[in-house]
Write a protein that binds this ligand. Structure first.
Ligand SMILES: N[C@@H](CCC(=O)N[C@@H](CS)C(=O)NCC(=O)O)C(=O)O
Length: 243
């Protein structure tokens, strides 16, 4: 059995990034399936792996790690993955670092907010959110996508230049979360759509499809009863996004 275990639910965008990275690089790992909507992240057993109780988590022997970006860099370093994922070239690496620093309060935050507005909040509250709120969240996300195109992709095939890096992987899983909530992000953005196609080809179409099957089929998830403890946990997040 491999030493490395990844605790993932492919509904989660950070979980998809570590899963895709490990698979695309043929890194051997135990796939520990977690179920966010059932509240697996709240169990005492999981708290021993990740006391922050968020998904994903990485365990390598006795070493435990939270935070997907740290996991991606750990795997890139430990398994000496091809240089393009986290380039040794100073300025290319700085481009990757720039996106990884920026995305937290931009693609990740605004993408998650839209996902919560379009999907989680109606499910938890039993009603749609006011259209004004939705429009504002959509505008913020659109502004973020313009920054991704104009500042991060520019005229390059990928964020760090000619080849895919961790930055592209983190960006695509974040954007696909919004696609999963029913927004056609690529429709009026040919530059972003062309970049997405290059990212999918670099990752491999089959792996990309497999990793995104769950998020692109979100409605199925809602047919599974959510235990009260998980429902309360998610309801407590509504205020974070100002739903
Ligand atoms: N910054 C963390 C975010 C982890 C995170 O927020 N995970 C969410 C799913 S996307 C989660 O576990 N939520 C469940 C909960 O809060 O109970 C990372 O990149 O790993």
């Amino acid at each position: 059995m491999p030493d490395l275990t990844l605790y993932v639910d492919l509904l989660s965008q950070p979980a998809r990034s570590v899963y895709i990275f490990a698979k695309a690089n043929n890194i051997p790992f135990n796939h520990h399936e977690m179920w966010l909507f059932k509240g697996d992240q709240l169990s005492e057993d999981y708290a021993k792996v990740n006391p922050i109780r968020k998904i994903p988590a990485l365990k390598d022997g006795n070493f435990m790690l939270a935070e997907s970006i740290a996991m991606l860099l750990y795997m890139a370093n430990k398994y000496k993955t091809p240089d393009h994922w986290y380039p040794s070239d100073l300025q290319k690496r700085a481009r990757v670092d720039e996106y990884l620093a920026w995305q937290t309060l931009n693609t990740r935050y605004h993408g998650c907010k839209l996902f919560w507005f379009k999907f989680m909040a109606p499910f938890l509250l039993g009603r749609e959110l006011e259209s004004k709120k939705l429009e504002a969240a959509l505008a913020e996300f659109n502004n973020t996508m313009t920054n991704v195109e104009d500042h991060f992709i520019r005229d390059n095939p990928f964020i760090a230049g000619d080849k895919i890096s961790i930055a592209d992987l983190v960006a695509i899983v974040e954007i696909m979360q919004v696609v999963g909530s029913g927004v056609d992000v690529f429709e009026s953005r040919p530059k972003l759509a062309a970049w997405k196609q290059r990212v999918v080809e670099a990752i491999g179409e089959e792996l990309f499809r497999e990793a995104h099957a769950k998020i692109l089929n979100m409605k199925e998830e809602l047919n599974i009863p959510m235990p009260p403890v998980a429902k309360e946990r998610f309801k407590s997040r509504l205020a974070f996004y100002n739903c």
